[in-house]
Design a protein around this ligand. Structure first.
Ligand code: GRF
Length: 199
């Protein structure tokens, strides 16, 4: 199974993959930000990588088509979104449906979108977490595969909560990808299945 990781920033989730048993499956890293530290992690790990500049494309569809071409040329089986901060075109989502997953820092369906940690604190939640889900056209709304929960402590700020959740992200994201590589995971009719059972 050949995996591509799409990112825009730090790439700590990419690092978790590179430190996992899936290391040799990571075939390509793509960033839409020239200065993403995730690109440096790819360089250090000797993984094929590229920056694709959204500014040189006329629209989202053309940019996404360039990404899709890269992925197809590299024969990618599984697309991992890891802090990839761009909305995907419907065409792109359709092309990779069932073989593209994302990690989102909330217990979906709670808090799709941005600033999830502050929103959980502001709401007085005593539990927060992260979700790995298949990507569908609606943002952060695809079927959930696996979640991890963490406690929210009195006085937590968003950074403390983010750090607590990232520890969990780095555990569950490679685990889910491993299921995919073992052909145990699929999406049908908008539902996620593990070993033939609806999740
Ligand atoms: C993670 O918190 C993830 O949940 C969100 O973006 C962040 C990426 O972090 N989708 P990193 O770049 O992997 O460190």
């Amino acid at each position: 199974t050949k995996i591509a990781v799409l990112l825009s920033g730090n790439g700590s989730n990419l690092q978790a993959f590179l430190d996992s048993t899936l290391r040799d499956n990571i075939a390509l890293v793509i960033s839409n930000k020239a200065d993403a530290f995730g690109l440096q992690r790819a360089i250090d790990a000797n993984i094929e990588h590229c920056f694709i500049d959204p500014k040189v494309f006329e629209n989202r569809e053309q940019f996404d088509a360039a990404i899709a071409e890269k992925l197809n040329k590299a024969d990618i089986d599984l697309v991992i979104l890891a802090g990839y901060m761009r909305i995907l075109s419907d065409e792109f989502v359709a092309e990779f449906e069932g073989r593209m997953i994302n990690i989102h820092p909330s217990l979906l369906p709670k808090y799709p979108g941005l600033n999830t940690h502050q929103r959980a604190i502001d709401a007085g939640d005593d539990t927060h977490g992260c979700s790995v889900h298949f990507v569908t056209p609606e943002l952060d709304a695809g079927p959930v595969i696996l979640q991890a929960k963490v406690p929210v402590f009195e006085g937590d700020d968003a950074d403390e909560l983010r750090a607590r959740i990232q520890v969990q992200e780095h555990l569950i994201y490679p685990m889910v990808a491993q299921w995919f590589c073992q052909n145990r995971l699929s999406m049908q009719d908008g539902q996620a299945y593990l070993d033939g059972n609806v999740l």
